[in-house]
Design a protein around this ligand. Structure first.
Ligand code: KMH
Ligand code: ZN
Length: 271
């Protein structure tokens, strides 16, 4: 099995300090937490940023400031969110791609998202894929439902997404595919040959699905975007605590952790 890539999804768009006071919000807080996650074993930072009021923003300036602060501290793969917050206009979602991060998310379909709809029409998906090609950004295909794999494969066949593709299964979002082991097995078996994948289990599914991914040869995403608890009723102290737990589990289960340069090789990133 290849070494394990751990992604830290530090902030997200929906979590607030009222949910977990340790949520990093400012560029400085995000950079400090990214560094702690890197030290704990993360090689990818899935990045959302917030404005001065703590609201989600796709401001290029705020992304740039945050990325610069992270890069001052450590060499980690930056994966910008193009999902942003539900309802954000496509132009805003796309804007930070101009910073040419190594990776960005590309959600391959529309999905119910709690009481909202996370809108990703065929036109949107194609536009994101084209922009990522233009800026040479590797997409992480976000899969909330199994048909999203087919949407990505269709674009790959048209040459709009390079293969091998990297997928992230986001499982357990209310309104989308549930966070069960059968779902993870099913999705991982449906990927085109040579693809890589990670899983982001929402809430309590983070630990169970992450553990299975370690054993299955997949990769794992953890962090306050997906889950704010360390155990039932016990808030996590930090994102780094969640990263460390996955790294510790990987050690117990005999799976090596990928450092940043190994993660780049596994994902086919150039530098
Ligand atoms: N905030 C969600 C609506 C992504 O980062 O690309 C979308 C999201 C996915 O977080
Ligand atoms: Zn996200």
């Amino acid at each position: 099995m290849k070494p394990l890539i751990i992604t830290a999804a530090l902030t997200g768009a929906e979590t607030t300090k009222a949910h977990n006071p340790a949520l990093p919000i400012t560029p400085k807080e995000i950079a400090e937490e990214a560094y702690k996650c890197y030290k704990a074993g993360a090689s990818i930072i899935h990045l959302h940023v917030r404005d001065e009021q703590g609201k989600p923003t796709q401001s290029v300036e705020t992304f740039k400031k945050t990325i610069d602060l992270i890069k001052e501290k450590c060499d980690v793969i930056i994966q910008i969110s193009t999902g942003g917050a539900v309802g954000a206009p496509i132009e805003e979602r796309m804007a930070p791609l101009a910073l040419k991060p190594e990776m960005a998310t590309l959600t391959a379909g529309t999905v119910n998202f709690g009481n909202d709809v996370f809108f990703n029409s065929p036109q949107y998906i194609k536009a994101f894929a084209e922009k990522m090609q233009e800026y040479e950004v590797k997409p992480e295909i976000e899969v909330f439902e199994s048909g999203m794999i087919d949407n990505a494969v269709r674009l790959a066949k048209k040459g709009l997404i390079a293969e091998p593709m990297h997928f992230d299964f986001v499982l357990g979002v209310p309104g989308a595919m549930v966070g069960g082991i059968e779902e993870l097995l099913y999705l991982s078996k449906r990927l085109p040959e040579g693809s890589t994948w990670s899983v982001a289990g929402i809430g309590r599914h983070e630990l169970t699905l992450g553990t299975h991914a370690i054993l299955m040869g997949g990769h794992v995403r953890v962090g306050f975007e997906d889950n704010i608890y360390f155990a039932k009723g016990e808030l996590a102290q930090s994102n780094a605590q969640l990263v460390k737990r996955i790294a510790d589990l990987a050690g117990i289960l005999g799976r090596e952790i990928a450092d940043t340069s190994t993660a780049r090789k596994i994902l086919g990133l150039s530098n």
